[in-house]
Ligand binder design. Structure first.
Ligand SMILES: *Cc1c(COP(=O)(O)O)cnc(C)c1O
Length: 380
């Protein structure tokens, strides 16, 4: 079946739930045994819950995997996946990445002996040199946040495999609707379902999906052992969000591209970082490995931080807030908001500078969004 159909039906069968067309919220901690030594399909909700299972099966199906796992947050998904590694393991990490992931590597895992080695995964020779030093995994984010740089998922996964490392990809920015890393050779996909997958800014959640049964076994074991799973209420909401993932992503994509093209022509804008624009240095790769560009991108203002603050102060429809991927449009300043946990020299080196503004373009009418930015940019 095709994606739009799977998004609505995968993981759920009314016959298993008294005919309920929507997956019920199994708000229970425990399940009755059928008899002595005869547990039912579920025994305890940390180990498994029918609402969570429906979401996990749906996610696995959308990513083209064999098993999916739902977690309390995106960071819980990342932490659980990374607990597959041991003290002494090196993980090659794309140098331009989500601030929370950077903080997890630097302030939590490093102290436990799991070392992140940062490299620009767009540079094949540099990646080869780092991998030659030994690595258990490569951590990829594509497109990156907030710079919208792309990593060639197929090439980097193959490179990782040649060195005996697995490839992990954070697919939050595009969702499986626009990018399917497992099809390109990636071993583990992680998500913050908080973003596009749920899409309504009313849940924090995370997910991991794998194709390989052995990796699935390891992650499933850790999810239960560490207790990082999502609760049934949140799983229900994410499942509901997923039903409209395809239609939302199409609209986010169309609106964001229209806003990006409009900004690119604005006198006060120094540059627009959007992989769907012909001006993006990796536009060809975007067309090769993605089927759309999503709704989030960044742009630089000619007037630096003052101009950025002026714009953020004047918008009325875009909400000044962190996060992305909801139906409503958000705007933020990475240097002072989402990326404060990244050291300032690292930010500078990556190009996350004070003139940079990130938008998550929602599914409102695009004319209203453009007139809001037009008003806010006036006098910037
Ligand atoms: C938000 C986000 C995360 C973390 O997810 P939470 O649900 O906030 O824990 C990880 N990666 C990316 C790319 C994100 O945008």
């Amino acid at each position: 079946m095709k994606f739009k159909t799977l998004a609505i039906h995968a993981g759920h069968s009314p016959a298993e739930h008294m005919g309920a067309v929507m997956t019920p919220i199994y708000q229970t901690s425990t399940f009755a045994f059928r008899g002595v030594n005869r547990p039912g399909a579920f025994d305890y909700s940390r180990s498994g819950n029918p609402t969570r299972k429906a979401l996990e099966n749906c996610l696995a199906s959308l990513e083209g995997g064999s098993s999916g796992f739902a977690f309390a947050t995106g960071m819980a998904a990342e932490t659980t996946v990374l607990m597959m590694f041991d003290s002494g393991d090196r993980i090659v990490v794309h140098s331009d990445l989500y601030g929370g992931t950077y903080r997890l590597f630097q302030s939590v895992l490093r102290g436990k002996g799991i070392e992140a080695v940062y490299v620009d995964l767009r540079d094949a020779a540099a990646t080869e040199r780092v991998l030659a030093g030994g690595a258990a995994a490569v951590w990829i984010e594509s497109p990156t946040n907030p710079l919208m740089n792309l990593v060639d998922l197929e090439a980097v996964s193959a490179q990782a495999h040649r060195h005996g490392a697995i490839a992990i990809c954070d697919n939050t920015f595009l969702s499986p609707y626009f990018q399917r890393p497992l099809d390109l050779g990636v071993d583990v996909v992680v998500h913050s379902t908080t973003k596009y997958i749920n899409g309504h800014s009313d849940v924090v959640g995370g997910a991991a999906v794998v194709k390989d049964a052995e990796l699935g076994g390891k992650i499933g074991f850790l999810q239960n052992a560490m207790g990082t799973c999502a609760g049934p209420q949140d799983c229900f909401l994410v499942l509901r969000g997923i039903k409209t993932l395809a239609v939302r992503m199409e609209e986010h994509n169309r609106n964001a591209l229209a806003v990006a093209r409009w900004l690119e022509c604005h006198a006060k804008v120094a540059g627009v970082l959007h992989p769907g624009l012909e001006s993006h240095p990796q536009h060809a790769l975007a067309r090769k490995q993605m089927s759309g560009y999503g709704g989030t991108f960044s742009f630089r203002l000619r007037g630096g931080q003052d101009a950025a603050f002026h714009l953020l102060d004047r918008v009325r429809l875009f909400t000044l807030a962190e996060s992305l991927g909801g139906v409503e449009s958000l705007i933020e300043h990475p240097v002072t908001m989402t990326h404060v946990s990244v050291a300032s020299d690292a930010l500078q080196e990556m190009g996350i500078t004070p003139d940079l503004v990130r938008v998550s373009v929602g599914v409102e009418d695009v004319e209203d969004l453009i007139s809001d930015l037009d008003y806010a940019l006036a006098g910037a």
